[in-house]
Design a binder for this molecule. Structure first.
Ligand code: MG
Length: 255
């Protein structure tokens, strides 16, 4: 699939999809508490998406059974919400989801620590979030795709964290996943040239220990770190412009 360039009309739909998603995630993060199950996070998130007249794009995507991926601790991504999974004090919680507005997708993820945060975990969460901003600082017309990847790696590597390689960011638009794939680790080539009107989901996944992951073969989805070290995830849908990128799923700034 070729990388698509969106028209002004398409971009306007994606702006709304992004803004709605940022509002849903803000409300979810404000609401979730120690003692909630991961299924409760998903149910509230789905309700918030539907209250905006939108459709959760993760629900039934390749058979995924929920509207949000809710991942705890050593789960990197694709945690399946469960009524049996209770969020405990000090857990690292990652929430990843998206929605469709008038045929256009948004996709974003946030990680937080519930209750008392271990400073080592808090640093992992903070560095993961900042690595997104370092990456997208390179995301403008005329630069190359892997300038984003290398900027993320430049920032994360000195911490000695593991940068997950088996999963990447992606193009987004009329489909949740479009070309190109956007790695978060160092690349030897430059990748495609970035052009105004491209919309991308940039999403570093960073682990306290090894970058290596296992795919859960029982549920077919959940990705965990091989050494069971905690992992954080931060993602937004962005628009490439001839200047700074527009962060569609974070219209208010850095929160
Ligand atoms: Mg994504």
């Amino acid at each position: 699939m070729a990388v698509t360039i969106k028209s002004e009309r398409e971009i306007e739909c994606m702006r709304i999809a992004g803004r709605y998603l940022s509002e849903v995630l803000d409300e979810l993060l404000d609401s979730v508490r120690v003692g909630w199950t991961t299924a409760q996070v998903d149910k509230l998130g789905e309700k918030l998406i539907r209250s905006k007249g939108c459709i959760p794009n993760f629900l039934h995507y390749e058979g995924f059974p929920a509207s949000f991926c809710v991942s705890l601790n050593d789960e990197v991504v694709h945690g399946i919400p469960s009524k049996k999974r209770v969020i405990r004090d000090g857990d690292l919680l990652s929430i990843d989801g998206g929605l469709i507005y008038q045929g256009y997708h948004s996709d974003a993820a946030r990680s937080i620590i519930l209750g008392n945060a271990d400073p080592k975990l808090q640093q992992l969460v903070d560095v993961t979030k900042e690595s997104f901003f370092r990456g997208i600082a390179m995301a403008k017309e005329g630069n190359h795709l892997y300038d984003i990847s290398n900027a993320i790696a430049d920032y994360v590597e000195p911490y000695g964290y593991g940068i997950v390689q088996d999963l990447t960011g992606h193009g987004i638009g009329r489909n949740l996943h479009e070309d190109p794939m956007i790695p978060n680790f160092r690349q030897r080539s430059r990748g495609i040239r970035l052009r105004k009107g491209m919309t991308l989901a940039v999403e570093p996944m960073i682990a306290l220990g090894t970058w290596e992951v296992d795919f859960n073969e029982d549920n077919g989805w959940t990705v965990t770190t091989k050494d069971h070290s905690p992992s954080a995830h931060y993602e937004n849908t962005i628009l490439i412009t001839d200047g700074e990128p527009e962060i569609l799923s974070l219209p208010g700034g850095k929160h």
